[in-house]
Design a protein around this ligand. Structure first.
Ligand SMILES: [Zn+2]
Length: 342
């Protein structure tokens, strides 16, 4: 078991399973109080306005300039006449060298949304993250780690991103389960307790931040994961585009895979590697909550994650294909129109 602690945050390869099953009645009052407290806060991990330049994590490596020289590049005729070695074939993904961080959303004490039957989002997140980690280990991603913290947000969220950055992770996936804005919740009785539900918007949703250190990589992984989730029989929810979502309304940047843009999420905007947040389904939807609590549903999502990570690792392992140098004509050389090969 690899385990270390960073300012209250635990990164470990094995944790005690809590499971989705909850001692519901005994904790109902406490959970209701937590839920009330949650309702007073912004959505998980969001900061309403935090320009990147004010962030301690804003200093990212500058993008490598394509070219800053105004001088025309020329290719010497003798060099251009020589055949250049053909591009190497695509390199295989090496999963044993590819580090995936599976972030368990929220904490045991500040547990996120409450399900239609009074279970905490954290319990669903932990159970799915553990299964996803196992699926990744089975697929050869032996460096996969769970990221768990007991630090409350926002400090805990910043610490998660800092840990992922210091670990030089190749991919960051934050596991969550969805709810709806409070004004869309209805009340019912479950086991003698008032609980809140909304049966209208089942399905998963994916989120990326344009402020992430590798936005293109995040988009690519989101596209791959969304397509794998669909291939495993799951559907994304389109309701984040609706006006009734208010300040939680989001731009759907990949309408095939179900990827939304949510720039302000701390764990996405402060991580330097490709990062994605998965809302695996709606736990306030009474039918979907039951499904999300089963090993079968977790297995579908975990298999989709493992397949998408494998595809992403392969895509990232592929070297930039260089083109053979084209012999330049002397007239082109004189005008400086020839650019160096990529
Ligand atoms: Zn959450």
């Amino acid at each position: 078991m690899t385990r270390f602690r960073t300012a209250g945050l635990i990164v470990c390869t094995a944790v005690t399973a809590l499971g989705a099953a909850q001692p519901r009645l005994a904790r109902a009052q406490q959970q209701a109080a937590q839920q009330h407290a949650q309702q007073q806060r912004p959505a998980y991990g969001a900061i309403r306005s935090a320009p990147a330049q004010n962030s301690a994590f804003a200093a990212r490596p500058a993008a490598t300039p394509v070219s800053t020289s105004s001088a025309p590049a020329v290719v010497a005729p003798q060099a251009a006449a020589k055949p250049v070695a053909a591009a190497k074939p695509a390199t295989a993904c090496h999963p044993e060298d590819f580090r995936v961080i599976v972030d368990v959303g929220h904490t045991e004490a500040v547990a996120g949304a409450m399900s239609a039957r009074g279970a905490t989002e954290y319990s669903f997140n932990l159970a799915l993250a553990q299964d996803a980690k196992q699926a990744l280990l089975d697929a050869g991603f032996s460096k996969t780690v769970l990221l768990i913290t007991d630090q409350a947000p926002p400090k805990g969220l910043i610490t998660r991103a800092a840990a992922a950055n210091s670990e030089h992770a190749d991919l960051f996936l934050s596991i969550h389960h969805d709810s709806v804005p409070d004004n869309l919740l209805q009340t019912w009785q479950f086991e003698g307790q008032d609980q809140h539900y909304n049966d209208d918007y089942p399905g998963y949703a994916l989120f990326i931040s344009n402020d992430n250190g590798d936005r293109a990589g995040s988009m690519l992984f989101g596209d791959l994961l969304g397509k794998e989730l669909e291939a495993h029989g799951l559907q994304f929810t389109p309701h984040y585009t609706l006006a009734l979502m208010g300040h939680r309304r989001r731009e759907l940047v990949d309408p095939v895979a179900g990827v939304y843009r949510y720039d302000q999420l701390i764990v996405l905007r402060m991580t330097r590697m490709p990062a994605l947040l998965l809302e695996a389904g709606s736990i306030v939807n009474r039918q979907e909550e039951l499904e999300l609590g089963t090993a079968e549903r977790r297995a579908k999502t975990s298999a989709a994650i493992a397949a998408a990570v494998t595809e992403f690792c392969t895509a990232r392992a592929r070297p930039v294909v260089s083109r053979p140098v084209i012999a330049a004509k002397p007239s082109m050389l004189r005008t400086g129109a020839v650019q160096p090969p990529h």
